[in-house]
Write a protein that binds this ligand. Structure first.
Ligand code: FES
Length: 131
């Protein structure tokens, strides 16, 4: 996609975020903060057969953090937890499709840090052994 299409996509996710709510029924959640600005994102996950069967997010932040949370939650729906754990900086860059400076990449990484925290919280909970 040309760069401006990526930028439009980011804007669209910011204006109409997907999965921005608190799941009524979730197995684990985790909040993380961008230390540079204090913005926080919380990820809620529902797990079935070690896959993300549902996911949502909450919190406030800039357009990059919010649109990345929207894209990332779409991306991992149905994914095995072990694959979610492998998502890294490069995958986030690929999802966004544009090059960001280091400060903005911190914003983009915030939802992933919260997601990885939620997966870890799930694995450390009793629920992980019940399913
Ligand atoms: Fe706070 Fe981007 S400025 S997350």
């Amino acid at each position: 996609m040309p760069l401006d299409i990526y930028a439009e996509d980011i804007l669209s996710h910011y204006e109409h975020p997907h999965n921005k709510l608190r799941l009524k029924d979730f197995d684990a959640s985790f909040s993380d903060e961008n230390p540079l600005c204090g913005d926080t994102i919380t990820i809620y996950i529902k797990v079935s057969n070690m896959k993300v069967s549902d996911i949502s997010f909450g919190g406030d932040g800039c357009s990059i953090s919010q649109s990345t949370a929207s894209m990332l939650t779409d991306y991992v729906k149905g994914m095995l937890l072990e694959d979610v754990e492998k998502i890294d900086y490069d995958k986030i860059k690929e999802l966004l499709g544009i090059n960001l400076g280091p400060a903005r990449m911190n914003c983009a990484m915030l939802p992933l840090k919260a997601l990885h925290g939620a997966v870890k919280a799930y694995k450390n909970s009793n629920k992980a052994t019940e399913k």
